[in-house]
Design a protein around this ligand. Sequence first.
Ligand code: UDP
Length: 328
Amino acid sequence: VKHIIITGGAGFIGSHLCDRFLKEGYAVTAVDNFLTGRAENINHINDPNFSFWQLNVANPDLPLVELDFKLLREYGLHGVLHFACPASPVDFERFPREILEVDSIGTLAAIDIAKHHSARLILASTSEVYGDPQLHPQKENYWGNVNTIGPRACYDEAKRFAEAAVSSEQRWGGLNAGIVRIFNTYGPRMRLNDGRVVPNLCGQGLRGEAFTIHGDGFQTRSFCYVDDLVDGVFKLFESNVQIPVNIGNPQERSIRDFADWVNILTRGKGRDRSRVYHPPREDDPKQRCPDISRAKSLLGWEPKVGLEEGLSKTIAYFKKEMMTNVTH
Ligand code: UDP
């Protein structure tokens, strides 16, 4: 059995990765400190080849390489997926220090344990490395347009540091690694209160409230359903690709257009939700769309789930969350 460690394994994307790798026959050790991850995301897993450690990868009591992981003793280590990191713009204000730590010290720890076991590392990077892009759509060879001292800097620059750390170890340290640049991903297990546009607007739609739109709403994003993203990460892990790969859905739309979709899917027989316009977020990227030709040609990957289908599943999840847990 091949054993992998997933940092951020109780998070939104990390927990879906746990499910997928277990389904593919891997043994999985998930690591999370529950800063933004939640036990609810992994409580359903009942598999002898799954184990969970509550710890902060950036600040464990012992270095990651010295920890006595049960499944590691049994199976050794085949891979490390470094997905621990708060990722919502509202987290940038709440947890800047934690973000900087997990992407710097945490990434170095992930590299060390991967190298120690000659395991393949996958780094969860982000479209944010392109900043407010001047090239459209974004190709992997674009170097980006990032403000080093803006409100998004802690995340953008930390992920850029993480890419630099991984690529240096690839170049000079013999590390086997893939870098996935994730574009706006949504789906079940996002936190309703995480502040991003998908949970915010879905929650508002379900409660019958007005949609909050920042700026004029003509800024664009390209929304990828989590199952598609996870499939891309899985293919990247099993490949030998060593260069960064964009994984996202190139179906680009404005935030206004996105709000229209949420309106259609949440209003039921009720009235249309109105919109309230707030000032734009500082340094908010105006356009974002992945060029996925590299993922297509190197991994044979492309997204399959359209917005209507993915949003319907996500809204159904949020609905259940709201009914079972009033605090979210
Ligand atoms: N946004 C919005 N209303 C909200 C939350 C976000 O209009 O309630 C906008 C935000 O300004 C940005 C886009 O939606 O232009 C996507 O924001 P999100 O927080 O989801 O993530 P980002 O892609 O900026 O990292």
